[in-house]
Design a protein around this ligand. Structure first.
Ligand SMILES: [Zn+2]
Length: 86
């Protein structure tokens, strides 16, 4: 039996382009992937900042876009320094 007679999927990627040859009787595409629900883009939690979220503050869990907002968040979250300690 010649190898070329074996039903198989061939994927060629050469200088002339990408080619996929599928033997008869095989459904193609094999298993169409279902697109999952698109997650809404979460925005940075800092007031006035509309950048998409990239990080979450490990301390406060606030969504953050940048180091700048991270620092800003920390500054805001810091307890107000009161001189009087009882
Ligand atoms: Zn931000």
């Amino acid at each position: 039996m010649r190898r070329s007679n074996i039903p198989r999927v061939r994927y060629l990627n050469n200088h002339s382009g990408i080619c996929i040859s599928v033997p008869q009787g095989i459904q193609f595409p094999f298993h169409p992937e279902k697109a999952g629900p698109i997650k809404p883009v979460q925005r940075c939690g800092m007031e006035g900042c509309k950048q998409p979220k990239k990080y979450s503050c490990s301390k406060t869990g606030v969504p953050l876009c940048s180091l700048e907002c991270y620092k800003r968040n920390l500054t805001l979250r810091q307890p107000t320094k009161t001189a009087s300690v009882t």
